[in-house]
Design a protein around this ligand. Structure first.
Ligand code: AMP
Ligand code: MG
Length: 390
């Protein structure tokens, strides 16, 4: 059995980046850049008006003759004289010797002239060429997450393709004779199968939309056969259940017989102790405990950072926040505890019902409180570390 920190570092060492692929910018939401992107143009590409108003050469004068107009999309070659202005609109090209735009609300205008009633500063309301970025400058460094704004920025520079890390293909293999699909009739002795949809949903939060679900009975031959196929096709395999020490737990044996190398088995923690981590070629295998709360806890603590690492994220772990403990917590187990908790602006409250089989508490928790294995008591009022999962 290993400690949580060792498990995390073994996973980090083994979760190598996915291969790189080219992708259309319009389809790149949620991907991570694999290479630095440089701008092919300056942005703005020319000096633009930031307002609807009048462009002129800044001076003490308040009265100007209006000698023309520049609409967004125009390219006027007009050269202004000192007492001249042109009508101009937001985003339009500013004539080369004009330096200032006065907004139309600050002039009294006739058809041929304006009187400026509130004089802007020199250069006001003019967006300089390249004020966002110059040509050949870095748009984004590698390992940047592509957000909607990033897609907008890349597109406004005329960039249509980028290089990103591929997203891993993920399979979920669910084991258990007792499991029935929600929606079907529940025979005596059976329970509804909830881990697959729960893990699929958790995967969606990091941009893995199409995890494929396979199901097997508690049977060594069937488990081996299913894993043989799955291991060939996927980058990440999550197995649910069958990894404990019961007579009907066949997952570990089935994995080893399929040539999966064991990297660790069992972690000194609660919930989530019976977990196996291994690899075959580039595929990572996480055999998660079947108990639903253990399964999800270990997803957040181990699977989440591993997938983020493979996808190229630079920050891979759940963020940590520090809060004041509402009531003291005792840990006599010698294990690291991950306790379902609710935190607000200042405090954190540990919730009732921490059993690894219980999802009722998890479903209303917004965080996991970490109780280190060597900590006997965390005192009321003490600052503690938690992992938000909301
Ligand atoms: P196991 O790890 O296979 O020994 O399962 C531990 C507990 O979790 C048992 O009570 C199982 O019935 C339950 N369990 C296992 N897999 C699932 C699942 N996919 N959905 C809901 N409960 C499960
Ligand atoms: Mg089972």
């Amino acid at each position: 059995m290993i400690q949580v920190e060792e498990a995390l570092s073994i996973i980090a060492e083994n979760s190598t980046s996915m291969p790189i692929r080219k992708i259309e910018v319009s389809k790149s939401l949620g991907y991570i850049l694999a290479t630095t992107v440089y701008s092919p143009i300056a942005m703005p590409p020319f000096r633009q008006s930031a307002m609807d108003g009048y462009a002129f050469i800044h001076s003490e004068k308040h009265q100007y003759d209006v000698i023309g107009s520049s609409q967004a999309g125009d390219h006027s070659k007009i050269a202004l004289k000192e007492n001249e202005a042109i009508r101009i609109f937001t985003g339009a090209f500013v004539p080369h010797n004009a330096d200032t735009v006065v907004m139309q609300e600050h002039v009294m205008a006739t058809e041929k002239s304006i009187l400026i009633t509130r004089m802007p500063q020199q250069y006001e309301n003019v967006r300089n060429k390249g004020e966002q970025i110059g040509a050949e400058e870095i748009v984004f460094d590698a390992n940047t997450l592509i957000t909607p704004a990033a897609i907008g920025f890349l597109s406004c520079l005329g960039i249509t393709e980028i290089e990103v890390y591929k997203k891993p293909k993920v399979a979920i293999l669910v084991t258990g004779n007792e499991l029935v699909k929600p929606g079907e009739k529940l025979p005596k002795g059976k329970i509804y199968e909830s881990n697959s949809v729960m893990l699929q949903a958790a995967l969606q939060t990091i941009g893995i939309k199409k995890a494929k679900v396979y199901k097997v009975k508690d049977n060594l031959k069937a488990t081996k056969k299913a894993l043989k196929e799955i291991l060939k096709k996927y980058d990440i395999v999550l197995v649910s259940g069958g990894i404990s020490v019961g007579d009907y737990d066949f997952v570990k044996e089935a994995l080893l017989e399929n040539g999966v190398e064991e990297l660790f088995y069992k972690i000194n923690q609660k919930p989530g102790k019976p977990m196996f981590f291994g690899s075959k070629n580039e595929t990572l295998v996480f055999a998660l405990p079947g108990n639903p709360a253990s399964s999800l806890t270990n997803f957040y603590i181990y699977v989440y950072p591993a997938i983020k690492n493979r996808m190229g994220f630079s920050d891979i772990h759940l963020k940590k926040v520090i809060r004041k403990l509402k009531e003291s917590v005792t840990n006599t187990t010698g294990k690291t505890l991950f306790l379902k908790a609710l935190y607000d602006e200042t405090d954190v409250t540990v919730l009732e019902g921490q059993s690894s089989a219980m999802l009722n508490t998890f479903a209303i928790a917004n965080s996991l409180l970490i109780v280190p294995n060597e900590a006997q008591t965390l005192k009321k009022g003490q600052l503690v570390t938690l992992l938000p999962i909301d």
